[in-house]
Structure formats: structure tokens, C-alpha cells
Design a protein around this ligand. Sequence first.
Ligand code: NAD
Length: 351
Amino acid sequence: MPTWLVTGGAGFIGGNFVLDAVRQGIKVVNLDVLTYAGNLDTLRSIQGQPSHVFVQGDIGDAALIERLLREHRPDAVINFAAESHVDRSIDGPAAFVQTNVVGTLNLLEKTRDYWKSLDDAARSTFRFLHVSTDEVYGTLGETGKFTEETPYAPNSPYSASKAASDHLVRAFHHTYGLPVLTTNCSNNYGPYQFPEKLIPLIIARALAGEPLPVYGDGRNVRDWLYVGDHCTAISRVLEAGRVGETYNVGGDAERENIVVVKTICRLLDERRPLADGRARESLITFVVDRPGHDRRYAIDASKLKRELGWAPTVTFEQGIARTVEWYLDNQAWVQRVLDGSYRLERIGQAA
Ligand code: NAD
């Protein structure tokens, strides 16, 4: 069974990915510095399993990365670690440059040195997979989709920092021959997402009967990708992607934000009506738009479908119903995030 070094595996997508990988019998060394977005509660079901080694540490820590690579000798490095929230990047861009750019550069440098030290057979199968976003392509008008050839035009400090990291990954392939793969995906949703992002935020507030803030006119469009489908896409790219290539991953599920919010309201009204009988749509409150808010993202994932046979298996209607159900069934997880107690959890080894 292979060994993977996964970074950011206590976050939303990384956590889902690590749970899947460990259940498949892969040994995962999970490196996460545990910012506010890192949540060890997510990994509780694999706690103590010998095939999951959790290490609290920073992708920017050169000595730590060198040691982990030397000790665990992974067959692949999969980089999810990032500062990931656009609103936070507007308030404080420096942390985004530090982790997403400087941290990724450090990870690349240490991985290149390790990869060079491998024997020919291990060097030829080793992969560095970098998880990125469609936000690097900027914004779309009413029509068209992002392809892998769309020029980069990031509009927020978050997407600019991710774009910089993508360029470094590309450069490490062209300059040093490091066998890299990059995936650029659309907005993910599903279990274990931190309730600052649209879908879990709206679910949490709607359950509590609180106002539901929607930016601008609510007509910004995102292409929603169920996190389980994203995880299978990453595994597929890791397994069979062409070295040096980038693959777009999307859910074929464009929806306006207001439609997403109304869908959640309807599902919750059916499952958990408010005590006073109000329809939750009445809680929707339009708030001043995010500065530089991209209007529309849509992904053309035909390269991934054609070359690697991947396709999303979950429609938006199925995925959102599953997600609402998950949050209803896992109120303890949500509650520990909301009251901050999730940050006290400790497992594994400190770096
Ligand atoms: P997240 O914010 O939920 O998780 C990020 C994780 O990285 C956290 O556990 C955090 O503790 C960890 N981390 C942050 N800085 C670190 C550092 N310096 N060293 C080690 N660990 C660190 O993010 P997510 O939504 O799971 O996103 C994962 C990746 O996917 C990110 O690279 C993000 O840019 C990308 N992405 C996410 C989405 C989405 O919709 N969530 C869409 C496109 C791309």
C-alpha cells in the first residue's frame, strides 16, 4: 500500500480526502498546522489507526518537511494546506501569501530534494499533486466556461496567492523536472465544511432562525462540486494524470447564490420547521457586496472526463440534500466549531 504525505488534512476537503484514503488502506501522514480551519474532530473516526499519522506543523517549516519526507518516504505529496477564505484575504492578505505562496515554495523545494534522492523506479512513479481553485481564472460573463487554457486573472488576494502557488508548481516541473499535477476545482460543499462558507453558514443560521446574509443581489453564480466527487477526481488524477498537466474539476452544477440559499431554506422547512411557523426565506437579508466579488465561475471539466474517465456522480439537488442531512445529524460537530471547543482537541504528535 502506498504512503502519502497530505498537507491540510484537518481542513474541509483535505479531511474528507484523508478519511477516504485511510479507509482504502493507504498510509497517510497528515501535516496540518491547525489554523482556525483545521479541526481534529473531523478525523475522530480514524484516530489511533496505525495508517494515519497526524503531525501538527507548518508547510513552511523546512526542517520539519525534510524530516517527514526522510522518515516516512511517501510515494506522493498532496497539497491541500492553504488559507482559503476570500473574505479573510481581503482583511489580511499577508497570511495568504505566507502559507499559499511561501509555504508551497518550501514544500516544493523539500519535495524536489527528496524526489531527487529516490532510486530510478521510485522517482518515476512519485507525484506532487497541488490542489487549486477556479478562482485563479477570474470572472466570467453570462456565457462560457473556464478551461485549462483560460489565462490566469485572479481578482482577490486569495486567488492571487493561489495563482502564484500554481505558477511555482508549474515552474518546478519545467525547471527541475519534479513530477507535478495541478487540479483547479470549483466551489466545494459537503460534510465537515467550516461554517464561514456559504452553504454551512446558511444551514447553521437558518437552523437557529437567524438572518441569512446574501451578498449583493444574490445573483453571483458558482459551479458547485460535491466534496466526495472532488476527492475521487484527485485520486484519479494522482493515479493516471499526465505529469506536468493541470485538470479542471467541476460539478456541472451552476447555481445562483440566492437559489442555493432558497434551496437550503426549503429543505430545512420540510425537515425542521421553525417553532413560530415562519418560512425561512423570510430570513434572507441582502448585504453590501464583497469588494471585487467575481460574478460567475463555471468549469469545463471535459479534459478530466475525456482523459481519465472521471465524472461527477452527485447532482446539486442530491448533494445539497445530503449536506443538509449531514449537518442535521452532526450538530455536535457544528456546535463545537461555533463555541470554539474544537480547537482544544489534540491527537497525534506535535512537530
Ligand atoms: P480549509 O480552509 O477548510 O482547510 C485548510 C487546512 O489547511 C486547514 O486544516 C488549515 O489548518 C491547514 N493549513 C493552513 N495553513 C497551513 C500551513 N501553513 N501549514 C499546514 N497546514 C495549514 O480549506 P479547504 O476548503 O479544505 O480547501 C483545501 C484546498 O482546496 C485549498 O488549497 C483551497 O485553496 C482549495 N480549494 C478549495 C475550494 C473550496 O470550495 N473549499 C475550492 C477550490 C479550491
